[in-house]
Design a protein around this ligand. Structure first.
Ligand code: ADP
Ligand code: MG
Ligand code: MG
Length: 250
């Protein structure tokens, strides 16, 4: 399980504190959603959890299954099972999707001290995961994300997540909104992977993603803290009433 206690984090460049005493516990196997006004620090929280270097933790603790994550570099966190799906997927011209996925998987294995996976085994594994997720093999032959539709980018990301089998999957969705195809890809991928001891943190400004991924708990984040928690019905209430009471103009 993920346990965050009194987390304070600031932007390294300008020293501005963004996360201001945040507490959050996600038990193993649960899906928690964080909603909240723009600028409340949702994306910053996901970067801090993943270990992005531009942020500095000044106070508090983050543990995953009893292990201190804050001591670890981003790649070590990934090896321990932290996966952050990017809000704006990178386009990498000249790097095939397969090459990228194999590099991501082998980086995880190297950091864990496991032998790298060789191409034939990897191909077999990718084909199986892609098949399970309904992903067209042709997409895998193209350069990563280049010319991909919104739905295809999400498919590549969900496939990466499926291959890496995270303990904690963090999804930070774009506020501009995914099209319905992309929304379904993300939610089906998460729903397929949820359960067991795998936890998810799903960050969204809008309620509609949560029609597809039914969260166990919904949290409201405002000004760098969790200010309210409840069941899935809280998301519907936020959708109806907006975030005015949490510091955003309606
Ligand atoms: P949310 O995802 O909830 O919309 P963010 O975490 O993106 O919120 O941003 C919270 C605040 O931190 C915003 O005021 C944003 O401008 C600021 N911020 C985040 N990262 C940086 C950065 N690297 N440099 C400068 N300001 C940043
Ligand atoms: Mg934002
Ligand atoms: Mg954001």
């Amino acid at each position: 399980m993920l346990s965050i206690k009194n987390l304070h984090a600031r932007i390294e460049d300008n020293g501005q504190e963004i996360i201001k005493g945040l507490d959050l516990e996600i038990p193993a196997g649960q899906v928690h959603a964080i909603m909240g006004p723009n600028g409340s620090g949702k994306s910053t929280l996901s970067y801090v959890l993943a270990g992005k270097p531009d942020y500095e933790v000044t106070e508090g603790s983050v543990e995953l299954n009893g292990e201190d994550l804050l001591e670890l570099e981003a790649d070590e966190r990934a090896a321990k099972g932290v996966f952050l799906a990017f809000q704006y997927p990178l386009e990498i011209p000249g790097v095939g999707t397969m090459t990228f996925l194999k590099a991501a998987l082998n980086a995880q294995r190297r950091t864990r001290g496991e032998p790298e996976m060789q191409t034939p085994d990897f191909m077999k594994m990718v084909r199986q995961h892609a098949g399970d997720l309904g992903i067209n093999q042709d997409m895998l032959k193209r350069a990563l994300n280049v010319g991909f539709s919104g739905g295809e980018k999400k498919r590549a990301e969900i496939l990466q997540m499926s291959l890496l089998q995270p303990k904690l999957g963090i999804l930070d969705e774009t506020d501009s909104g995914l099209d319905i195809d992309a929304l379904k890809v993300v939610s089906e991928g998460v729903n397929r992977l949820r359960g067991g001891d795998r936890s998810f943190l799903v960050i969204t400004h809008y309620q509609r993603l949560l029609n597809y991924i039914k969260p166990d708990v919904v949290h409201v984040m405002s000004k760098g803290r969790i200010v309210r928690s409840g069941g899935p019905e809280l998301a519907l209430e936020l959708e109806a009433n907006g975030y005015a009471e949490y510091g955003e103009a309606a």
